[in-house]
Write a protein that binds this ligand. Structure first.
Ligand code: S3P
Length: 172
């Protein structure tokens, strides 16, 4: 695997679950950006948003996009907001193939119904917030990706299998 595999998509679309499966199958290093940030800061994403603010968190994400852009051979699960920044996209694209896990508001709401770890979804009605944010974000994901994966109707195993077969085909 010459390039990085970069997974983008809305919160709760399955990036971490798919990323873990890909890294196991490919014996490649797995970078989960939120996880990396939480370990480095010794705080949860929720705490970082509350105590240091969203711009601080976005700055950390930006640093990681620079750090992991080159080198290849890694599986990277990004946070759902990474692609809003065009410099991040440029960096991730430079060393990676970008897969967009495209889900639906209904599936996301179902996946995240008992989850409280996404500060941006903790204000107001969750289903409304998901619909509104997905509408705002859709074009960022669509514009940056190389390949779109149907995350609304597929489980993480099938999504990982689809990405693996894409990689096998393109690296022939
Ligand atoms: C965010 C997505 C989250 C996390 C933070 C902000 C976003 O990551 O980075 O809560 O702006 O969409 P996941 O997509 O892994 O949930």
């Amino acid at each position: 695997m010459k390039k990085n595999i970069v997974l983008v998509g809305f919160m709760g679309s399955g990036k971490t679950s798919v990323g873990k499966r890909l890294s196991m199958a490919l014996k490649a290093e797995f970078i989960d950006m939120d996880d990396f940030i939480e370990k480095r800061e010794k705080m949860t994403v929720t705490q970082i948003f509350a105590e240091k603010g969203e711009p601080y968190f976005r700055g950390l994400e930006k640093e990681l996009c620079v750090r992991f852009a080159t080198g290849g051979g890694k599986v990277i699960a990004t946070g759902g907001g990474v692609v809003k920044d065009s410099v991040n996209v440029k960096n991730l694209k430079e060393g990676g193939v970008i897969f967009y896990l495209k889900s639906s508001p209904e599936k996301i709401a179902e996946n995240l119904k008992d989850d409280h770890s996404r500060p941006l979804l903790e204000t107001g009605d969750k289903a409304d917030k998901i619909r509104e944010m997905m509408r705002e974000r859709e074009h960022f994901y669509t514009r940056c990706c190389d390949v779109t994966i149907d995350a609304a109707n597929k489980d993480p195993d099938s999504m990982a299998a689809e990405i693996l077969s894409y990689i096998k085909e393109t690296e022939k």
